[in-house]
Structures are given as structure tokens and as C-alpha cells.
Design a protein around this ligand. Structure first.
Ligand SMILES: C[S@@+](CC[C@H](N)C(=O)[O-])C[C@H]1O[C@@H](n2cnc3c(N)ncnc32)[C@H](O)[C@@H]1O
Length: 302
């Protein structure tokens, strides 16, 4: 391990499943602070290349510093993985031996950007990671009809009390607009009688708004499809997801790709029939890993 404290989730499993060859070409679609990227980069020679992509320019700067002593060729790209084809336009015909997506955002990242992703810090309710998006979380809670808010919270938060939460939001906004994360968290909390749960009652509602505002699930579908087009034969796509909505998308797309009849298009196979989960030891030392699921797809030579 390096001087950077944080141990990436399922790192041993990721390194094993990637089957890294020193001269290979790899793509980390969610580089973050470069934890996984460093482990891959360390295993590459000066003939190997690591592409590192992230939507957040701040974390990419950290990854750049972290990988500065690795021999591999390095390419850093800021952007959303849903736009991968466009982001790789300067590398026509590029193919990867391995591609990694470690989905989501770190809690420090979400608290730090000041956009109101987390109720643990009282911030303006925005949640747009990309400033060019037109609808913010503030717009959703203050101007969407109640049934629409309920649908969003139910669909993207899997919140059983979505209807009551939406009702509470609408009742609260009649007094004054909901501007800050604390306003929203308190409003959602009124729907839950006791506070004896391990997680804050607003967790699912905040997740739902973040997913909706940033169109995260469609971005994942687009990103996965794009990734499968730039895998070399025998190349592997690894995805680590942290909630069932993401995992379902990964699982279904993998299965659909594997069932495709031999139609001249690339074929794929599941490397592991069962999803890969962190060990008890990892969960004990890294709480974030507790919900992680790793799925691995391989493009087969036809
Ligand atoms: C869980 S962190 C990755 C941590 C990293 N694997 C490590 O070991 O340090 C997820 C990263 O994905 C980025 N991200 C999330 N959605 C993205 C998207 N659609 N396109 C590109 N990057 C994205 C976030 O900015 C965040 O840095």
C-alpha cells in the first residue's frame, strides 16, 4: 500500500480479475483519488498505458500526484463515463484489456463539493454535479407535483414511505421554499416516528434526489454499453456497485450480452456466475465496502 490511507474496495479481487499484463492498456472510468488506479499502475511497465477518467477534476489532480512515480503511460480525462466514446475521440480504434467502474461518490467528495448531497452538512439543496444540468434538487422539491416527487423517492430511493415523504415535502413548502439540506432532512424525518434506525431516515430520499438530478442510472447504462465497445477480445469489464438499483442494471446488461446469439457481434461471458462480495475482514475495516458487489464480464474471442 502507499502513503494514501484509504484502501480501495475489493482491491485484491479487482487486481486478480483484471489479469493485468505489464504492457496492457487499461481504463479506470471512476478514478477518484486513484486507489485502484495506483494498484493497476504499479503493475504496468513503461509499455503499459492507464487511462484515468473522472467527472470530478479535483480528485483527478490527487490521482495524478498519486501515480506520478509509476512507470506506465498515463492519460487523465475529465468527463462523464456516459460520454466515453466522445471522450476517447483522440484515440481512434483504442481497445482496452481491462476496464473498471467503481461506482458512486465518496462521502468526503459529496460533503466537500458544497452542493447539498448529504444531510450531514447543511448546504444549499442543489445536487447537480454538472453545472450545465437544468434541474436541481431544489427545483424538484419546490416545484414538482406531489405524485412526481413520490415516484422519484420510491423509484430511486426504494423508500417504502415515499408517499408520506412527498406529502410532508409539499406541506412544508407551502410555508416557505425548502432551500437547505437541513430543511429537507428535518421534513423527511417527520414521517418516521422513532429515530432508532441505524441510518438517518432521510438517507433514501437524498439518494433518490441525487440519482434523479444527475440521471445516474441512465449514465450507468450508457457508460456500460460504451465500455463493451472498447474492450479487446479477452478484455474484462469490472463493475463495483453499491446499491441494488445499480447492481440490477449491471447484472441485466451482462446477461443480455452473454445471451446474444452468434451474430457477428462480439461475444461475452460472465467470469463469475455469482457476484463477488467483500470478506468479513474487509467490511470490518471499511464500512463503505459492506454493500459492494463486483461483477466481471469478459469479451470472448469469436
Ligand atoms: C467510489 S469513487 C472511486 C474511488 C476509486 N476507485 C479509488 O480507489 O480511489 C467513484 C468515483 O467515480 C466518479 N464518478 C461517479 N459517476 C461518474 C460518472 N458518471 N462519470 C465519471 N466519473 C464518475 C466520482 O467522481 C468518484 O470520484
Amino acid at each position: 500500500m502507499s502513503e494514501y490511507e484509504h484502501r480501495p474496495v475489493l482491491v485484491d479481487e479487482v487486481v486478480t480479475c483484471l489479469q493485468i499484463t505489464p504492457e496492457g492498456t487499461y481504463l479506470d472510468c471512476t478514478t477518484g483519488e486513484g486507489g485502484h488506479a495506483e494498484e493497476v499502475g504499479r503493475r504496468l511497465s513503461s509499455e503499459g498505458t492507464l487511462f484515468m477518467l473522472d467527472v470530478d477534476a479535483g480528485v483527478l489532480a490527487i490521482a495524478r500526484e498519486r501515480l506520478s512515480r509509476t512507470a506506465a503511460r498515463k492519460v487523465f480525462i475529465r468527463g462523464n463515463f456516459r460520454d466515453m466514446t466522445q471522450l476517447l475521440r483522440d484515440y481512434p480504434g483504442i481497445g482496452f484489456d481491462g476496464i473498471l467502474m467503481d461506482l458512486g461518490f465518496s462521502s468526503e467528495q459529496l460533503a466537500g463539493v458544497g452542493k447539498g448531497f448529504s444531510f450531514t452538512h447543511d448546504q444549499p439543496l442543489d445536487m447537480r454535479l454538472d453545472d450545465t444540468l437544468t434541474v436541481s434538487a431544489r427545483d424538484v422539491v419546490n416545484s414538482f407535483p406531489e405524485d412526481r416527487i413520490s415516484d422519484i423517492i420510491f423509484t430511486f430511493g426504494e423508500e417504502g414511505r415515499a408517499r408520506q415523504v412527498a406529502k410532508a415535502i409539499v406541506r412544508r413548502r407551502q410555508r416557505a421554499p425548502i432551500e437547505m439540506t437541513a430543511d429537507l432532512a428535518e421534513t423527511v424525518a417527520t414521517v418516521f416516528p422513532s429515530r432508532h434506525t441505524r441510518i438517518h431516515p432521510a438517507t433514501k430520499s437524498f439518494q433518490a434526489l441525487r440519482i434523479y438530478v444527475n440521471d445516474e442510472l441512465n449514465a450507468l447504462t450508457d457508460g456500460l454499453k460504451a465500455a463493451t465497445t472498447v474492450l479487446k477480445p479477452n478484455g474484462r469489464l469490472l463493475v463495483i456497485s453499491y446499491h441494488s438499483l445499480e447492481d440490477r442494471i449491471v447484472k441485466r446488461l451482462y446477461l443480455a450480452l452473454c445471451e446474444r446469439p452468434d451474430s457477428g457481434e462480439p461475444g461475452f461471458r460472465l467470469v463469475n456466475k455469482k457476484v463477488i462480495r467483500p470478506s468479513d475482514a474487509e467490511v470490518a475495516t471499511n464500512r463503505r465496502s459492506r454493500s459492494a458487489k463486483l461483477r466481471v464480464l469478459e469479451r470472448v474471442q469469436r
